[in-house]
Design a protein around this ligand. Structure first.
Ligand SMILES: [Zn+2]
Length: 289
């Protein structure tokens, strides 16, 4: 019965591509904000992929679009100040053991590994093959794209369904959840940056728009975050559900990869001792793990 209460959602953190101009705060975009423009956004991909999430008794309770919930926990409060960070090694890196299910094809596995490697290019996060460590992320193709928030202890599922979740931005998105990050539009200060139009939201999915008392790590609100929902997330009527303020023409939720601010946040949360300037330099994806 618990699954009847499951918010079968669909995640929306779309993004097409971000540009340096976006990064520098150019906010006068007037195109690309229709629901059709969001057709290939990450949020739309997640929405499609997560249609059946929560219908299988063997799946965890999934709320907030794609966040798996431990039984009994009613929301995704930030846990990063209570011990759900992944531990830092003496060399300054944070090694997160992973296992990838053999469900995937070579091509799919390659995309997932590329997503894992992308963190090493700009942060101190190092995904490393699981080798008897107690805690690890267990990447499997279950029904939809979802993850727990933060380290849960033991093997924790990160679901990347072969039907619609094997894209780099979704790999990054779900693993950012596993590292302790919530959706951008649930930030504690989100009401200064977006307006939520609950009247346009699919009935029963309102919890996806709850504000959370997040740790924002001194970073600005980021419409280009790979963790940001799209403008039409959970829309019941093709009308927007999230509108940026004060300029409602700004594109939101269209990241195709982690934004510089996403990267900065990882570096701050995990106290990465980086000499690079993750807030200014472009993402690089060709580094080794
Ligand atoms: Zn998510």
């Amino acid at each position: 019965m618990i699954f009847q209460a499951t918010v079968i959602s669909v995640l929306f953190c779309s993004v097409h591509s971000f540009t340096v101009q976006d990064l520098l705060g150019k906010t006068d975009k007037h195109s690309g904000n229709t629901i059709e423009d969001d057709e290939f956004s990450i949020s739309t991909l997640l929405e499609k992929a997560n249609v059946n999430v929560g219908k299988n008794i063997n799946e965890p309770l999934v709320m907030f679009g794609d966040i798996a919930m431990p039984t009994g926990l009613q929301n995704a409060d930030p846990c990063t100040s209570r011990g759900c960070l992944w531990p830092k090694a003496s060399d300054g890196n944070v090694y997160i053991p992973y296992r990838i299910s053999n469900q995937y094809s070579q091509r799919e596995r390659g995309i997932i590994i590329q997503g894992l490697r992308s963190f090493a290019a700009t942060t101190c996060i190092r995904f490393t093959p699981h080798n008897r460590q107690r805690d690890f992320v267990d990447i499997e193709s279950r029904s939809g794209c979802f993850s727990f928030v933060g380290r849960r202890g033991g093997g924790q599922t990160v679901s990347l369904s072969r039907q619609g979740c094997v894209f780099q931005q979704i790999v990054q998105h779900e693993l950012l959840h596993a590292m302790g990050f919530n959706h951008e539009q649930t930030r504690s200060d989100r009401d200064q940056h977006v307006r939520i139009l609950l009247q346009n939201v699919i009935s029963g999915t309102e919890p996806n728009f709850r504000r959370i008392n997040t740790r924002n790590l001194g970073t600005p609100y980021d419409y280009n975050s790979v963790m940001h929902y799209g403008r039409f997330a959970f829309s019941r009527n093709r009308q927007p559900t999230i509108i940026p303020i004060p300029n409602n023409n700004v594109a939101i939720g269209r990241a195709t990869q982690m934004s510089p601010i996403d990267i900065l946040r990882v570096n701050r949360l995990y106290r990465c001792n980086s000499t690079s300037r993750p807030d200014l330099e472009p993402m690089q994806t060709n580094h080794v793990l």
